[in-house]
Design a protein around this ligand. Structure first.
Ligand code: SAM
Length: 275
């Protein structure tokens, strides 16, 4: 069975989360906003997710695509990717909707060279800029929780890239044999703490919702997340509508070939010159 770990969209294969009886399929987490994920995870983000993807390969690939130009990262978080990119001398702007994530990033050495924008990446308000590259790493694009927000993001990227600029998206490929309906699983157990993951999957609308429920002697901390996953073909269609064409698709940032067995993809969309 394929599960999503979860909050981050990290594909893991499990023997099976405990199925829950899903009495009602919900398409949203009530009260969820663009900042909910970041505000819920900022205090544990670096502990839980620093090694979740290949930082060096990502930075190498984005740096090469930028070829000396400026870069925009969507959902910059705590700067896991942006800080090493900036260390190479690349001019980096980062958008994030979460004040808590941005505060964690601002507290780090090197953050002072980044331009940080607190905004919803569906439309960060950067039209007229001339970035060489925009990118959304490791399923962050799926944090835009509905199709309209994702289409808006593509349009916003078309408006802030320089002519011929590109937008790179890294995401998981939804398994053709489907994903579990959701359930409950154990993420972590310590003598003074347990972290449970509760999720629901609405396959019709391609939405996964959930909570990491973090229980310790200090109390219970809710860490909500929500993801609208898309197939590569669906992303291609949305990109095309906004004026992009698919330039390359690899299985990862290292350039491994993409095929029908690939569980992840890095898709580079190039802005088409319409003059
Ligand atoms: C999975 S984290 C990735 C952080 C960073 N890019 C990395 O690779 O470590 C997703 C980030 O996107 C931000 N985010 C989620 N939805 C957003 C939205 N609608 N607009 C802007 N930022 C958003 C979250 O606050 C979080 O910092």
């Amino acid at each position: 069975m394929i599960e999503i770990d979860l909050a981050y969209g990290h594909l893991v294969r499990l023997g099976g989360a405990t199925p829950l009886t899903i009495h009602r399929q919900t398409r949203t987490v009530k009260g969820y906003t663009a900042s909910s994920y970041g505000d819920g995870f900022a205090d544990v983000y670096d502990d839980w997710y620093t090694d979740v993807s290949d930082i060096k390969a990502t930075v190498n690939a984005v740096d090469a695509l930028a070829d000396g130009g400026a870069v925009l990262e969507l959902g910059i978080g705590t700067g896991r990717l942006a800080l090493p990119l900036a260390e190479r001398g690349v001019a980096v702007t980062g958008v994030d909707a979460s004040p808590a994530m941005l505060a964690a990033l601002r507290a780090k050495p090197g953050a002072e060279v980044l331009e940080l924008v607190e905004a919803d990446m569906a439309d960060p308000g950067l039209a007229g800029r001339s970035y060489a590259v925009a990118f959304a790493a490791f399923n962050t694009f799926f944090n835009l929780t509905d199709t309209a927000a994702q289409e808006s993001c593509f349009a916003a990227m078309a408006a802030c890239l320089r002519p011929g600029g590109c937008f790179a998206i890294e995401g998981f490929v939804p398994p053709v044999d489907g994903m579990s309906d959701g359930g409950m699983s154990v993420r972590d157990i310590a003598v003074d703490r347990a972290v449970l993951t509760i999720s629901q999957h609405d396959s019709t609308n391609q939405v996964i919702t959930g909570q990491h429920v973090d229980i310790s002697e200090a109390g219970i901390r809710m860490r909500p997340w929500m993801m609208h996953y898309r197939t590569p073909t669906q992303l291609d269609a949305a990109a095309s509508t906004a004026g992009f064409m698919l330039e390359s698709r690899t299985a990862d940032w290292q350039g491994s070939s993409f095929d029908s067995q690939s569980e992840t993809h890095v898709s580079v969309y190039r802005l088409v010159d319409r003059r």
